[in-house]
Design a protein around this ligand. Sequence first.
Ligand SMILES: NC(=O)c1ccc[n+]([C@@H]2O[C@H](COP(=O)([O-])OP(=O)(O)OC[C@H]3O[C@@H](n4cnc5c(N)ncnc54)[C@H](OP(=O)(O)O)[C@@H]3O)[C@@H](O)[C@H]2O)c1
Length: 301
Amino acid sequence: MSLAQLVSFAPKFLYSQLFVRLPWPKSDFTGQTVIITGSNTGLGLEAARHIVRLGAAKVILAVRTVSKGEAAAIDILETTGAIKNVIEIWQLDLSSYASVKAFGSRIWSLNRLDAFIQNAGILTTNFSVVEGNESIITTNVVSATLLALLVLPKLRQTATRFNVRTRLSFNGSDLQYIAKFKEADSSGSLFDALNRKEGVDMNDRYPVSKLLLLYTVRELAARSPLTPESNVIITYFTPGACKTEIFRQEKGWLEAAAIQAFNTLVCRTVEVGSRTVVYSVDPGLGIEAHGAFLMDNAVAS
Ligand SMILES: NC(=O)c1ccc[n+]([C@@H]2O[C@H](COP(=O)([O-])OP(=O)(O)OC[C@H]3O[C@@H](n4cnc5c(N)ncnc54)[C@H](OP(=O)(O)O)[C@@H]3O)[C@@H](O)[C@H]2O)c1
């Protein structure tokens, strides 16, 4: 992060974290079917809890490990008092393109799909290759995009068939603002540059993945304008910094202490952060949200 980046990013970030009060979600999801990826824990779980409480007919927890999804479902049912068949658990592993494609096919078994929240993501400083690309790029960008392309036709179909506006959202980050993204300066394929282990800056990789995701969402929205045949709002949002398990990688004591201090002083609770996740697919979103970056439950750019 350069000094100029820090100076422009820090005040906006701190204002959002420390002074913005996000409203308790109240929108009506009655009768809707909503899918949330990575919803066994963290922001996805809390967003699923809200959406069940707000009356959705079906909430599908798209999770890597079915047993974790089942535990999450029990937790949501206990806290909301919802009836059991509101929640379904579907297996999805974003580190496997076969799993993503199988999930994309399964979506056609649904009668309707009103909202799809692409929430799952990883943060690691370990370099590894999955499905031919560095793992953060595969999970946070390529699989998220592939899944979106598979889901979009179903969202369009629901919008037309039920005369509603459907929504597709991506959980991004405001860390995109501080991505150094030196790979962009190399000649040749960007994927080749991102896959080069020598000299890689893995501290920069997560912000880079979210920046690439933002570019992808902007392009996707531009290629999928709002029309009567494609009444699907596509958004990219930041939940802000939240006290989740996203930094779950093993850490030294100094790093763990720094994260603990950051969590205590700056981070939102998971529930508060999840209000942004719910807002990203709010049934009342206006056309100005299409292709937009949402921050603090408003269009930021
Ligand atoms: N927390 C923050 O401060 C913050 C800030 C900005 C953006 N975000 C974004 O918010 C989203 C949710 O993260 P979180 O903070 O709630 O973290 P989290 O508690 O670690 O949750 C991440 C979720 O993603 C799932 N996941 C990871 N890899 C997966 C894969 N290959 N296939 C399917 N699911 C996978 C995890 O499943 P398992 O439990 O099975 O691993 C988990 O359910 C992420 O996209 C993250 O980048 C978070």
